[in-house]
Design a protein around this ligand. Structure first.
Ligand SMILES: Nc1ncnc2c1ncn2[C@@H]1O[C@H](COP(=O)(O)OP(=O)(O)O)[C@@H](O)[C@H]1O
Ligand SMILES: [Mg+2]
Length: 283
């Protein structure tokens, strides 16, 4: 397959990327001069208020949208090059917010097989991929189930299995937990964590829940299309001004943890769930 301009740089790289939905770049840009890279084995959280540009950034990663200016590269390949569309999309898989909108198969295994079938993968290899993907998301044994009978959390994990069956290097998850109950949310978040840190995928996790940054290696904050913070989650979590400026709210567990820290308790800044807070106090 074509290898593009021959740049051997790995990762999903944004260089001075701007994007405007209106033709010719008139009006306000949805994204302004974004420079960042998602690497293999890394979980990069992208947070920001509604309308800050998170989904736009996600869609630029695999060519669903094309930069108005600047450069996006996926392992050196240009997602805007029509000849590279399939190569890029097999490297960067997307999972969206709505668990009901992503299912195409009438049974679970058909749904997972759909992507590799479209790529022309041989049948025995498809079987292997389907089994591996379902095992990876904790849905082994669900092969013949009807997707619409699954819980929302299971549907999202099915969507992630279908993405994994493409054997992508990178996964872009656009608010995958937004419509889930707390259990489904915790399962999907744990899976995102494992895919990056145990399986070596580069995972871009878009979220509006600041508690999710606890599992991230780095966090990017978008504020009205501008990258207002890129760095260590702990630095963001200790910067109330940066959080407030970006329209982000510290969850009440984080407020409680801050009060405990002020009182001399050794509570890490990433302890943003009840379980993590109890774990930190009980060690
Ligand atoms: N299809 C579209 N056409 C025109 N404007 C859009 C479209 N999608 C999003 N926008 C605008 O682009 C900005 C960023 O949107 P989006 O990337 O969806 O933000 P987020 O995912 O953070 O909520 C917002 O001002 C939004 O209104
Ligand atoms: Mg969005």
């Amino acid at each position: 397959m074509a290898q593009g301009a021959g740049t051997a740089v790995s990762g999903v790289a944004f260089e001075d990327v701007s994007f405007s939905y209106s033709a010719g770049g008139a009006g306000r840009s949805a994204l302004c001069d974004i420079t960042l890279t998602l690497s293999s084995g890394e979980l990069l959280a992208v947070v920001g208020a509604n309308g800050s540009g998170k989904s736009t950034l996600a869609r630029l990663c695999n060519g669903l949208l094309v930069a108005s200016s600047g450069v996006v590269r996926v392992d050196g390949l240009d997602p805007a090059d029509p000849d590279l569309t399939w190569d890029v999309r097999s490297r960067v898989a997307m999972v969206f917010q709505d668990p009901d909108n992503q299912i195409v198969g009438t049974v679970v295994e058909d749904d997972v097989a759909f992507g590799p079938e479209n790529l022309g993968v041989p049948a025995d290899e498809i079987r292997r991929r389907v089994d591996a993907a379902l095992a990876a998301v904790g849905l082994a044994g669900f092969e013949r189930r009807e997707p619409h009978l699954l819980s929302d959390g299971q549907k999202q994990r099915l969507a992630m299995a279908s993405a994994l069956a493409m054997e992508p290097a990178y996964l872009v998850l656009d608010e995958p937990c937004a419509m889930l109950d707390p259990e489904g949310r915790a399962d999907v978040l744990a899976l995102a964590d494992a895919l990056a840190h145990e399986r070596g995928h580069g995972v871009l996790l878009v979220t509006h829940d600041i508690a999710d940054v606890a599992v991230a290696d780095r966090v990017a904050v978008l504020d009205r299309g501008v990258l207002s913070f890129l760095g260590d989650p702990e630095d963001l979590l200790s910067d109330d001004a940066a959080l407030t400026a970006a329209g982000l709210e510290m969850p009440s567990i984080g407020v409680l943890a801050a009060l405990l820290r002020e009182s001399g308790f050794d509570v890490p800044r990433r302890a943003l769930t009840p379980e993590a807070l109890v774990g930190a106090l009980w060690h």
